[in-house]
Design a protein around this ligand. Structure first.
Ligand code: NAP
Length: 457
């Protein structure tokens, strides 16, 4: 295949990636975005396989089978495991970039220009550190590793020193690429830094960190594009790098946290319970009582959270909304930007259950309606409804924009017990006079509500 044909295929693939990002940014067009992204990737792989520089397909075939054996089961991981699944993809992507960089170095170390060596060093540094950091993030989210932040005195200094050492070795290599004894040292320091970088970060911040690692893996791929002189890699890597960074910024804003606080704040460490000694009581209600209140309401705001996702209750929630709508109750959904574990988590689940998009209200719109709502029905959400975020300066969630469910006339909260949410803190909402706790698994309780409504008909 001629090079100009391959370049044309690459250009089409790059256009497909850009369209994919555009379409993925709205629920209505997201499916189309996924398809065009996959098409872009197929074109990119096809174009690369058609390259005249390939001498044998044997190893490529082997890698294809190996990749599929790992990739197919990964694609079947449940929606709630998307953050850790994404972490694994970054780990593999970054490892690939680092290994390609390593191979290129040993093949060409005597003919590398300083510019190419700088790109190669960046690729290898970011690739190896993203590889171990993503594996650690996967371990924390999958709860194979302890999720709490592990800290010690002087930790930030140690981490910074290791990173500075890796960077210094990279600079020496750029000055003289032939100093091959330094290369393994740079790789090893990057691998160690990846592990140490994640240790002090708690499980609660992992989704944000994963998005940042996404950005690093993208930058490593873009640097690889400079080393291999491959424009498509530069474009795709830059898109990946910038979108990952933007997503991390969106998440930090929605939690009212700075990057510094996420990366070095050891958020999620066990908090001394402020309520110790103080006896507070929460009121609970049965499905029958709750169904009666819902039926009598004229407007209900459903607030889905991580617990709804874990329980896979979205279809039952839609059935409940349908049953209430039939009785003339106005039902809408209030979506917090970081409800669940990834931005868009709730939108995707509700779309899967065919909830009409126009029933989903973004946080600001939902909050401006909350004062007129009869019932706010919180389903497996916790931190994103905690009023302490508005007034308790000592709270780890202070300043995080929340859904003001406490402004509704009645609040009902479906959860299994009084356990805290991801931030690890108690929620004063549960103890308000207007709040009724509906204890049980989200799917089971909502099923009970649907049955009660059907029976009462
Ligand atoms: P949350 O604060 O983590 O609370 C979820 C609640 O669901 C828990 O309190 C749990 O209580 C309940 N639950 C768990 N399994 C359940 C089940 N099967 N049935 C019923 N309830 C169940 O969740 P959230 O309100 O959605 O808040 C998201 C949190 O993640 C925030 O702290 C946010 O900052 C953080 N975060 C999100 C993102 C993002 O992009 N979305 C990124 C980074 C961090 P029980 O155990 O008592 O049932």
């Amino acid at each position: 295949m001629t090079n100009s044909f391959i370049e044309a295929v690459y250009l089409a693939a790059a256009a497909a990636f850009i369209l994919a990002l555009k379409w993925l940014s709205s629920v209505q067009t997201a499916r189309r975005g996924v398809l065009i992204g996959a098409l872009g990737m197929a074109l990119a792989i096809g174009g690369t396989l058609a390259s005249p520089e390939i001498v044998s397909y044997q190893w490529i075939g082997f890698a294809f089978v190996l990749g599929s054996v790992i990739g197919v089961p990964m694609a079947m991981m449940p929606m709630t495991a998307v953050p850790q699944r994404t972490a694994l993809s970054h780990a593999f992507g970054a490892l690939a970039a680092a290994l390609v960089g390593t191979a290129e170095y040993y093949l060409r170390s005597h003919e590398l220009t300083r510019f190419t060596m700088a790109a190669l060093a960046l690729e290898v540094l970011l690739g190896f550190l993203t590889f171990t950091a993503s594996l650690m993030a996967f371990g924390k989210l999958q709860e194979i590793l302890p999720t709490r932040p592990i800290t010690y005195r002087g930790q930030n200094v140690v981490n910074l020193a290791i990173f500075a050492a890796a960077f210094a070795v990279a600079v020496l290599l750029v000055l003289d690429p032939a100093r091959s004894a330094l290369f393994p040292a740079m790789a090893a320091l990057a691998l160690v830094f990846g592990v140490l970088f994640i240790i002090p970060i708690g499980g609660a911040d992992m989704p944000t960190v994963i998005s940042l690692l996404n950005s690093y893996a993208g930058l490593a791929a873009a640097a690889m594009g400079f080393v291999l002189n491959n424009k498509l890699l530069i474009i795709a890597g830059s898109l990946d790098g910038s979108s990952g960074l933007i997503l991390s910024v969106i998440m930090c804003r929605a939690m009212n946290r700075s990057f510094r606080n996420v990366l070095f704040g050891a958020f999620g460490q066990v908090q001394p319970t402020a309520a110790a000694g103080e006896q507070k009581t929460a009121r609970s209600a049965s499905p029958e009582e709750a169904a009666g209140i819902l039926e009598a309401a004229s407007s209900v705001m459903i607030v889905p959270g991580y617990g709804m996702a874990v329980a896979q209750a979205q279809h039952k929630v839609r059935e409940l909304a349908d049953a209430l709508t039939k009785r003339g109750v106005e039902v809408r959904y209030a979506i917090h930007p970081v409800a669940g574990r990834m931005p868009g988590h709730m939108n995707v689940l509700l779309a899967e259950a065919d909830v009409p998009y126009d029933k989903l209200l973004e946080m600001e719109d939902a909050n401006s309606e909350m004062g007129q709502v009869d019932v706010a029905l919180v389903i497996g959400a916790n931190d994103v409804t905690n009023p302490a975020a508005r007034h308790d300066k000592g709270s780890p969630v202070y300043g995080m924009p929340i859904l003001d469910v406490d402004k509704a006339r009645t609040v009902m909260v479906i959860k299994r017990g009084m356990s805290p949410g991801f931030a690890g803190i108690e929620n004063e909402l549960f103890y308000l006079d207007k709040t009724l706790m509906l204890f049980g698994d989200a799917k089971a309780f909502v099923t009970g509500l649907v049955k009660e409504l059907a029976a009462g008909h």
